[in-house]
Design a protein around this ligand. Sequence first.
Ligand SMILES: NC(=O)c1ccc[n+]([C@@H]2O[C@H](COP(=O)([O-])OP(=O)(O)OC[C@H]3O[C@@H](n4cnc5c(N)ncnc54)[C@H](OP(=O)(O)O)[C@@H]3O)[C@@H](O)[C@H]2O)c1
Length: 305
Amino acid sequence: MTPDNPLQHKPSAARKALVLGGKTGLLGQALAHVLKEQHWDLLCPGRDDLDVFDQTSLEAYIERHRPSHLFNTIGYTQVDQAEEETRAASRLNTSLPILLARIAKSCNLYFIHYSTDFVFDGKKSIPYLPQDEPNPLSVYGTTKLEGEQGVMALGWDKTLIIRTAWLFGPYKTNFVDKILTLAATRRSLDIVHDQVGCPTYTMDLACNTLALVKAGAQGIFHLTNTGHASWCELAAEAIACTGVPCHARPISSADFPQKAVRPAYSVLDCSDFVRATGLTPRPWIQALRAYLFEKDHACLTDPRD
Ligand SMILES: NC(=O)c1ccc[n+]([C@@H]2O[C@H](COP(=O)([O-])OP(=O)(O)OC[C@H]3O[C@@H](n4cnc5c(N)ncnc54)[C@H](OP(=O)(O)O)[C@@H]3O)[C@@H](O)[C@H]2O)c1
């Protein structure tokens, strides 16, 4: 912090969150829901309310509203499209988090940013630790990794980067919704079975993010639900839950060519989260059922383990 910085301020004692992506994003809206439930003051400007790339406007917004925490859920998340729109992906996934971290540092805000399992190449066969060597296979993964590195290089200690994976949840269409829509009209669906990851419920991720924040966590953490699945297993479980007579047929990635290469195995080891918070995220199957059957979208973390 520079002493003569006019933006330098002590955030109000109350916890006030500025959630970028909180108006329309899959994770951002879940985070907004949970923050509200936990009685935080909340700011969720959409792209029409605030140009996040305009540093002057952003700083004026922060000066006016004085948040204590800045959550960035904005990202270029179209993994295949990113292969062709490298610049747009880089702007959102690399330049923006670095700009936000710089502002967080100068305004003394706790900065929470999200990254991805796709920073890894999937060559391991046991869960990835935060300190494992990244080696992204796609533009999306590369731009997210460069965002992480740029943020960490600023050396702002109140920085938390959360790598997560395979999100499903309310408020915005996601993989599970798409599968169930297709399953309603098809007898069978061919779904990739040779990519394995951690399906993650946005509401659980939001709750567990706040547990990390409460613990004062800093640095890079992995955070998903527990267990692992292939896309086909996730789809088959969602279909089974809803009782639709549709068969999920396992196929290989070679039979479903996509522009971006995905890691074959990207399960994340969340033991640092467990150590920091004393909480264990619930299994993804249980979280999936909560998403499909519980109307209030409550999140649950098992405090017993
Ligand atoms: N989804 C996953 O499975 C997954 C997996 C691993 C990691 N992650 C990471 O988790 C984070 C959240 O992902 P998500 O799936 O919730 O993302 P998302 O649903 O695609 O939401 C992205 C948000 O960014 C906003 N945004 C995009 N371009 C913008 C711009 N130019 N100016 C202002 N806002 C802009 C969008 O607003 P508009 O609606 O106005 O476009 C939206 O609110 C990202 O960092 C992502 O990389 C996601």
